[in-house]
Write a protein that binds this ligand. Structure first.
Ligand SMILES: Nc1ncnc2c1ncn2[C@@H]1O[C@H](COP(=O)(O)OP(=O)(O)O)[C@@H](O)[C@H]1O
Ligand SMILES: [Mg+2]
Length: 394
């Protein structure tokens, strides 16, 4: 029996989940023991590890991601480069934890999104939509010696889906047992929500990107303060809310009015958007902390409005994860907007706010080997539920 055949037969697997988010802050790793399948999965997080990108690495990635025209050579190289540095990060984590590589059954690697283009474009004689996650899983498999599952999004897109979000399947496994109407909110570079109904009915899950997470805040911090992000919301806290700037954002941003299913990214909330904000702020002589305060509120309001506009059921609780949940100003604004509905952190449900997505991709990889579809049709807009991911065996 090959290793892959015996891996397929297992009822319990030890999986490393790996995520490199749109914030380009670094690689998140989680070692997860998973027993069983589907809603009966028992998920036990053994270890989590974050490897920040150096300033040079971050600039290298962002240069490629934000460039308008890119040499194919660079695209080819970065695909291998990421797999190489991630393999080193994984080995470093295993040395640190004294977990031997032989006890790891596989890696579930999201990869890093370089382009996400979920709308139709006519190319010669076909309508084409596409998404590109790099950091090649086959290279990662060979360099770590661990079977790797990667490229989860492409198959969903091939059957008419947006290829995103994929976390709702994991949210469904996590939250449906509590029999409450739960909004799981992840505030990464982009913010996204999953509505998990108390009934646990998979067909009634609603999930989509609500708009900016930390992406606008981070870019403004870099341009105005040369800092990577607004640690603990310190700058936003000092600033005031500027209604005029807020109205400008609302008129500039076409995304919130789009009906779900929908997804977004740096293509929309990238440098052009941020430069427009800065131009207005300069013209109106808006103090920098006020810009940060207003943008932070805009971020919270787009989340709240998304729930108000597109989730018709009442909500019992909001459970927040992602780096943005560490920003007390965002959290405070969210609680104020949601009023009586409690806004909690995912750690209250045993999920570390920083590693939810890494854990999720461990679970999605495991479900592929279990033969279970993990795209949620109602969410991505796909025609059918299918198995997600490419298996790269060793
Ligand atoms: N202490 C903190 N205060 C404010 N913001 C924070 C804090 N810690 C993390 N963040 C924000 O979280 C971001 C990283 O979030 P993350 O969930 O890793 O996003 P992604 O999935 O896009 O990589 C940082 O860029 C920063 O904006
Ligand atoms: Mg991150």
């Amino acid at each position: 029996m090959t290793r892959l055949q015996s891996l397929l037969k297992k009822n319990k697997r030890r999986v490393i989940g790996s995520m490199s988010g749109t914030s380009c802050d670094g690689l998140d790793l989680a070692v997860v023991d998973i027993k069983g399948r589907g809603k009966n999965s028992r998920i036990n997080v053994i270890y989590t590890f974050h490897v920040p990108y150096t300033q040079k690495q971050k600039e290298y990635l962002l240069d490629i991601i934000t460039s308008k025209s890119m040499a194919l050579k660079d695209l080819s190289q970065v695909n291998f480069y990421l797999a190489q540095i991630w393999a080193n990060s994984i080995k470093k984590m295993l040395r640190r934890t004294r977990i031997s590589a032989e006890t790891i059954d596989m890696i579930g690697s999201h990869g890093h999104t370089f382009y996400h283009f979920p709308q139709d474009e006519k190319i010669i004689d076909h309508s084409v939509r596409s998404t590109l996650q790099l950091g090649d899983p086959a290279v990662l498999a060979q360099l770590t010696g661990i079977t790797t599952v990667g490229d989860f999004r492409v198959s969903d897109m091939a059957v008419g889906g947006q290829g995103a979000p994929l976390v709702p399947y994991f949210d469904w496994i996590l939250f449906s047992k509590y029999k409450k109407n739960i909004i799981a909110l992840n505030i990464g570079g982009i913010a996204n929500i999953s509505f998990i109904p108390a009934s646990g009915d998979r067909g009634k899950i609603i999930a989509f990107d609500t708009g900016p997470g930390n992406m606008l805040i981070d870019q403004l911090m870099q341009r105005l303060y040369e800092l990577p992000f607004d640690r603990n919301g310190r700058i936003a806290k000092r600033g005031h809310f500027i209604p005029k700037l807020f109205s400008f954002l609302q008129s500039r941003d076409t995304y919130p009015a789009q009906k779900p299913p929908k997804s977004t990214g740096r293509e929309h909330y990238g440098s052009e958007f941020v430069i427009d904000i800065i131009k207005k702020a300069l013209r109106w002589r808006t103090p920098e902390p006020d810009v940060l305060n207003t943008i932070t509120r805009y971020t919270a309001v787009t989340v709240f409005n998304a729930v108000k506009d597109y989730i018709t059921d009442s909500v019992d609780e909001v459970v927040v994860s992602g780096g943005g949940s560490r920003n007390p100003v965002i959290m405070g604004m969210l609680q104020e907007l949601f009023g009586k509905v409690p806004v909690k952190k995912s750690i209250e449900y045993g999920i570390d706010v920083d590693y939810k997505e890494a854990i999720c991709f461990a679970v999605l990889a495991n479900e592929l080997l279990n033969g279970l579809p993990t795209n949620v049709k109602s969410v991505t807009g796909a025609h059918k539920e299918i198995l997600l991911g490419k298996i790269c065996p060793v």
